[in-house]
Design a protein around this ligand. Structure first.
Ligand code: GAL
Length: 636
């Protein structure tokens, strides 16, 4: 499918909210977009209250005018269904369609994302507004893509959700006996005698059941996907030529299993909001980009949103220095995005995001920001042809949303930061110049020579077999602590953990040894273990390095390697620091043309270089000024 429809080059633009502005601004917007090289905008993302001011009564006049003006200006449109923010009349008429927090508080409108995808009234209203838009605009010449909803993520613990959860559970387990067995129901008297006894995992007196919580997140991901699919099918039917997407976002609060969703989107779209002010923002951007490309099966995807002028950290927004917006955009484009889009086109005067940066700042076009926007927008058409070939990676990092969800439980032997562990592997590889893919634990691994499983805590039987098959066939598998600690029902794998793969790793893990925060156990020649290590018994594997200090572990294997079939399985029994991972990757000869502060990505005959450092960089014959980027022919 040609996407976004009618757009040949790279997409450049962002969320456009003309409904927040008087009509006089709209013509100016189109002129400025043209000046900036903007060729596509996401329109109407939160406009439900303006499109359907009263139930069943529509006002499409303004949208019509805007669509026509954009079309006349040669700007394509990614038209949103506005279902992420139901209007006040809806929520007041259907309070049961508002989401309920685990503590039972029903949220009210006044912000956004107050919806419960399992509420029949919300489902109906969502379909109605989507159908009304499809009926009017499916054939509009400006329409390039449908943007369903926005950043699916709101969980609800409402009675509707509970009813739908029970139906989902019954389809999955068929019998209560099977569910009780899977959830280890005899513990704390949690044996269910009737499906109706099962609740959403609401606030409880003490620890919740991890299997119950994991299933609820799986269910929520599926329920939101159903909501997406209903709209997608309707939009597709209205015009099969127009691709349909929704924008993924990243966060612990987002129960979306991207592997399951990916096949349902015509194009993977991602909103990248790094959360650290320093060079970790570049690392996170590359991490987001490689994940998005991997969800897209290695093919094209689209950076749907990023902030133009600032990075949002815990301490508030940090201004992006000159050139940083372009470099972040190039991180994404070099790693497979078919463009760079932003939240948002014009900075708002009011509302909760009035201080969010934009392509057109409050101060207007005569600003440093807008000049940078124009510069990038005018540079992109010149490099569109260099993005035709895919990014090829030889190394994959396993990405397991379920391991992320399951390790967020408070019942673990010690806190585990799954996201950081996955990001750490990616970060260290990136610093070594290696561009990595991500892969699903149950996905096709055959094209990779090395697969790294960071703390892949939940390992299903199918995933374990997949890893066995990959290694036996000649692959190199590297797994870190707690991998395969539990199965798909959060039940511990007995007799050595490791997903039952003790023969593959040639070891048994016999004990988990959490240690106080800040205490380190040294490894010979390999840095130190932080916070967590395991007692490992060799069963055929060789010891690569051992613990040099620490009660119980001193002299015991810390990192091991075992030949298996045509391949080999490495195991890292502790949380290592970046330097130790770097040392291990040195041993595994994982290196590439980039390096610290330097993103280098090769695609076909083209080499993309993004220099984040304050010094000029030379890569092969190409010199890239400090804080700048270049695309050139690869050296032969
Ligand atoms: C995104 C969202 C946008 C806007 C942006 C602000 O997550 O999709 O609507 O809120 O964050 O950073």
């Amino acid at each position: 499918m040609d996407w976004p429809r009618g757009l040949d080059g790279l997409s450049y633009g962002g969320d456009y909210n003309p409904e927040q502005w008087p009509e006089e601004v709209w013509d100016d917007d189109v002129l400025l977009m043209r000046e900036a090289g903007v060729n596509i905008v996401s329109l109407g993302v939160f406009s439900w209250a303006r499109l359907e001011p009263r139930e069943g009564e529509y006002d499409f006049g303004w949208l019509e005018t805007v669509l026509d003006k954009l079309h006349a200006g040669g700007i394509r449109v990614c038209l949103a269904t506005p279902t992420a923010s139901p209007p006040p009349w809806f929520t007041l008429a259907h309070p049961d369609a508002l989401n309920v927090r685990p503590d039972g508080v029903r949220q009210v409108h006044g912000s956004r994302d107050t919806y419960d995808v399992t509420a029949p009234a919300y489902r109906e209203a969502s379909l109605r507004i989507a159908a009304a838009l499809a009926e009017r605009y499916a054939e509009h010449p400006a329409l390039a893509m449908w943007h369903v909803h926005n950043e699916y993520g709101s969980m609800s613990h409402s009675p509707h959700a509970e009813r739908a959860f029970r139906i989902w559970l019954e389809a999955k387990y068929e019998t209560l006996d099977a569910l009780n067995a899977a959830w280890w129901g005899s513990f704390w008297s949690q044996h269910y005698g009737d499906w109706d006894q099962i609740l959403a995992p609401r606030a409880t007196q003490y620890l919740a059941n991890p299997a119950h919580e994991l299933d609820f997140k799986r269910f929520t991901s599926d329920a939101m996907l159903d909501h997406y699919k209903e709209q997608r099918d309707l939009l597709r039917e209205a015009n099969p030529e127009v691709p349909v997407t929704t924008n993924f976002v990243f966060g612990q609060w987002v129960p979306v299993d991207q592997w399951k969703w990916a096949g349902e989107l015509d194009l993977i779209a991602f909103d990248s909001y790094p959360s650290a002010p320093d060079e970790r923002a570049e690392q996170q951007s590359a991490f987001h980009a490689d994940l998005s490309r991997s969800w897209a099966g290695g093919g094209d995807w689209l950076l749907m949103e990023q902030a133009a002028a600032s990075v949002h950290s815990k301490d508030g927004a940090i201004a992006k220095s000159p050139g940083r917006m372009a470099r972040h955009s190039m991180i994404h484009i070099s790693r497979g995005s078919k463009g760079a889009m932003f939240f948002q086109w014009r900075a708002g005067r009011g509302g909760a995001e009035q201080w969010h940066s934009a392509l057109v700042p409050h101060a207007g076009k005569n600003t440093r920001m807008f000049r940078e926007v124009v510069e990038l927008g005018n540079a992109l058409p010149g490099i569109a042809h260099t993005t035709a070939e895919p990014v090829e990676a030889d190394v994959a990092i396993l990405w397991s949303p379920e391991s992320w969800w399951a390790t967020s439980g408070a019942h673990l032997p010690a806190p585990v930061d799954y996201l950081e562990n996955a990001a750490q592997i990616h970060r260290v590889l990136r610093e070594r110049g290696v561009v990595a893919d991500f892969a699903s634990p149950e996905g096709d691994l055959s094209k990779y020579s090395t697969v790294i499983a960071p703390t892949t805590y939940v390992l299903s039987r199918a995933a374990a077999e997949n890893l066995r098959w990959f290694t036996a066939g000649g692959g190199r598998l590297v797994a870190s602590y707690l991998t395969g600690a539990v199965d798909e029902h959060c039940q511990v794998w007995l007799d050595g953990y490791l997903g039952g793969l003790t023969d593959l790793f040639g070891i048994r893990v016999t004990e988990h040894l959490p240690q106080p925060a800040g205490e380190r156990r040294a490894l010979w020649n390999f840095g130190a273990a932080e916070r967590f290590c395991e007692l490992v018994e060799l069963r055929g594997a060789q010891c690569v390095t051992q613990y040099a200090t620490g009660d119980l572990v001193e002299g015991q294997p810390a990192v091991t390697v075992n030949p298996f079939g045509e391949g080999e399985a490495w195991y890292v029994s502790c949380k290592l620091g970046d330097d130790a991972w770097d040392r291990l990757f040195e041993e595994l000869e994982l290196t590439g043309p980039g390096g610290p502060g330097l993103d280098v990505v090769d695609r076909g005959e083209w080499r993309f270089i993004v220099n984040h450092t304050e010094q000029e960089a030379q890569v092969g014959h190409v010199i890239v000024p400090a804080g700048s980027w270049a695309v050139d022919k690869q050296p032969r």
